[in-house]
Design a binder for this molecule. Structure first.
Ligand SMILES: Cc1cc2nc3c(=O)[nH]c(=O)nc-3n(C[C@H](O)[C@H](O)[C@H](O)COP(=O)(O)OP(=O)(O)OC[C@H]3O[C@@H](n4cnc5c(N)ncnc54)[C@H](O)[C@@H]3O)c2cc1C
Length: 415
């Protein structure tokens, strides 16, 4: 369905999860098929419009002010092949759609912290999931991708090694993906959840988590988010008004592995237990309703305890433990596989991220992970996310020479 900016339903179709600076296109194509995506791209070519794509809208940094928006959220089918252990995921499917389809077979995708996130865009950006240390990036387990390139031609990307390489990690820079075939894993359930520690009572909780991560097996993927919860009735009572370290654990092995975390002390809230994979959103328990936010990220070679002590108590700071299978060499565009930790600073509302928070981490910073960045970056900052930026730049020139696509974190020549 095509909607102009005066049509009823325009606002509903353009607004996604991220509400800061939403898209304001001239025309929206609310697509329900690959053929409609093709039609939308050809319309944009014929009218010389730029094209933005929106799935669930979790990743938006800055909306387009003109041009064409391809809204994919109603094109969200998932077809499971339980024998081959694969799923064909249409452009607008969220991880919740995928998990709901795969759960009856005891199979799980390489989804992330929030079930509401779009599976395709997450995977195009690499995709760092709940079982990342066990299986690697989501982009490492993609078998096929169908894409409409900026010239309006529908292609099977796996037939073109360059295009297939770039799409797996290079984001939305190379075309509009109509769907992809991803691998599924025999994970009907896992042992996971969060331990919430009051940092006033347990100031060493984050350092204890860091020490624990130094020796955990790849079965364990974990993170910690430091959150200064406001003292308001909307916040659950045990967390209200407290500076909390939420340690998130997803464990595919023996339950005892988390015992050293229990030694930190008594958490104010503990949600760790056996969990069907389809309920894995409970591990991070992230908010589901639309929000406004900025965020910046650094990938780190180590988590320096001295730098940890400099983190301000007023910001939301999320650290994830990497390594394990994330370090496997796979021939795709995902960069900086040698990172050991990811550090993200989130600024809710309309505030910008205070970049000074990253200064004590400069010595250990080796790059950045664009999936966790919601602010406008310079071309050079975007380049730092990749190891083979020149190849990506050449391929962007090959597949979208006129820069018709307006992706989140656009790959552009360095000035
Ligand atoms: C609460 C929350 C939790 C998250 N958790 C994780 C996590 O655990 N691991 C992780 O790796 N990331 C995570 N992310 C980041 C998320 O994966 C990215 O922001 C992703 O791009 C969001 O996809 P979307 O469809 O939800 O967003 P959208 O904003 O709809 O899409 C983001 C961008 O992707 C591109 N795009 C979307 N659809 C297509 C398409 N069909 N073809 C081509 N390009 C397309 C466009 O450039 C678009 O601007 C999280 C984000 C949030 C807000």
């Amino acid at each position: 369905m095509m909607l102009t900016n005066t049509a009823q339903g325009y606002d509903d179709a353009r607004l996604g999860y991220q509400r800061l600076d939403p898209h304001r296109p001239e025309v929206i194509f609310e697509v329900t098929s690959a053929a409609e995506i093709e039609e939308a791209v050809r319309y944009a070519v014929a009218h010389d419009h730029r094209i933005a794509v929106q799935g669930s809208g979790h990743g938006l940094t800055s909306g387009i002010q003109k041009g064409v928006l391809i809204a994919t959220r109603r094109f969200n089918g998932v077809r499971v092949d339980a024998t081959a252990k694969t799923a064909w995921v249409e452009a607008g499917a969220t991880w919740r759609d995928v998990m709901t389809a795969t759960a009856p077979y005891g199979l799980a995708p390489l989804s992330g912290s929030s079930p509401g996130v779009g599976a395709v865009a997450y995977t195009l950006g690499g995709g760092m999931g709940l079982m990342a240390r066990k299986f690697g990036y989501a982009a490492d387990h993609v078998h096929r991708i169908e894409v409409v390139t900026a010239d309006g031609v529908r292609r099977n990307a796996e037939d073109d090694p360059d295009l297939f390489w770039a799409l797996r990690g290079g984001g939305g820079n190379f075309g509009v993906v109509t769907g992809m075939e991803i691998a599924l894993f025999d994970v009907p359930a896992l042992f996971g959840g969060s331990l919430y520690f009051d940092l006033a009572e347990h100031p060493n909780a984050v350092e204890a988590w860091r020490d624990w991560t130094q020796s955990v097996p790849n079965d364990v993927t974990s993170g910690v988010t430091m959150i200064p919860f406001p003292d308001v009735p909307q916040v659950p009572e045990p967390l209200r008004g407290k500076h909390i370290a939420q340690i998130q654990v997803a464990n595919l092995g023996a339950a005892q592995v988390i015992e050293p975390l229990r030694a930190i002390g008594r958490p104010v809230l503990n949600t760790v237990g056996d969990l069907p994979y389809v309920e894995s959103g409970k591990i991070f328990a992230e908010p589901e309703s639309p929000d406004s936010y900025r965020a910046h990220n650094a990938l780190l070679s180590d988590l320096d305890p001295k730098a940890l002590r400099t983190l301000p108590k007023t910001a939301i700071i999320a650290i994830r433990h990497l390594g394990g299978a994330l370090a496997n060499k796979v021939d795709n565009a995902v960069g900086h596989r040698d990172a050991s930790y990811s550090l993200t600073v989130l600024a809710p509302g309309r505030k910008d991220v205070d970049r000074r928070i990253f200064e004590p981490w400069q010595a250990s910073t080796i790059g950045r992970f664009l999936n966790f960045i919601y602010e406008t970056l310079t071309p050079a900052e975007i380049a730092e996310a990749y190891e083979d930026f020149d190849r990506l730049l050449n391929l962007r020139d090959r597949y979208d020479a006129n820069h018709r696509l307006a992706p989140n974190h656009e790959i552009r020549a360095l000035q």
